[in-house]
Design a protein around this ligand. Sequence first.
Ligand code: GFB
Length: 318
Amino acid sequence: MIEIFELKGRKIWVAGGTGMVGSAIIRNLSKEECLIIAPQRDELDLLDQLSVNQFLKINKPDIVIIAAATVGGILANSTRPAEFIYENITIANNIIHGAHINEINRLLFLGSACIYPREADQPMTEEALLQGKLEPTNEWYAIAKIAGIKMCQAYRKQYGRNYISAQPNNLYGTHDNFDVNSGHVIPALMHRAHLAKVNLEHELSVWGTGSVFREFLHVDDCADALIHLLKFYNEKIPINIGTGEEITIKNLALKICDVLDFKGKLIFDDSKPDGSPRKLLNSERIKKLGWKSKINLEKGLKETYEWYKLNIVPKQIS
Ligand code: GFB
């Protein structure tokens, strides 16, 4: 029998509440009758340890969710390694240690599927962590995320804190970054295909060979899983969150073209990196806790495109 950690009546700080994952968590938490606090970036600098400590001391949340991170697609990860390692380690360090010294006993840290070795057996179980070399295009981000996971384990071990971590696979959905250079594959390809369509172009450029596989998780599914874990999970093992389905980048690009009704030809740009050959998570552990994903890729892509047309197209980003 699993013990439930009640969220009703609790004060919850969603760090990164204005980002893609944080805003999805806040939408999901609205049905839980809890009090949510989520200061904006200009109200609280997560890279400043004193400000984070002060914020925790004054607000005393019962629960902290760390959805704040410096993120980006494969190119941003490989060209901005210092920002990715420094900012992500500092955010984890400031919030996890700050939560501890302010006697906050429940915390959820968000990892990433890139914490696993590049050559890990597929689908990747939680036990694959630190069993081999990382994928070089995102090792900086991965090391920072591994550090956050290890901090949760260390504070659990030394101080008995109820701190947990979870790693979703490649996320997409509303409030994503649709910039063609710094975004992840789904928003970047959606934006590029939309521009190609409205400019009556006949080709869509896809980075890499298109032959590598990815598993995509809708951000609302991710938020749902995280809330489920807050209620039902209290162990040191960082837990996987995936759909169990993978797709090649070529087939993903074809699906995006379908959703947009873009009839052009795909051109593969192999001057850009492919990254990991495969990155499928074994999500049996979270399934055993009674959670599974509900939003399939077709539905998720359609909804994301509708959101994009309403929210991004009017801003006319290039
Ligand atoms: O989404 P993405 O940047 O993340 O790229 P990763 C996934 C695959 O899509 C790669 C290809 O093989 C890319 O070469 N791709 C094709 C594109 N066209 C595009 C495009 O226009 N933009 C982008 N971005 N990719 C990320 C990590 O790796 O995984 C993050 O870099 C994070 O840190 C995330 O951990 C989960 O799956 O390669």
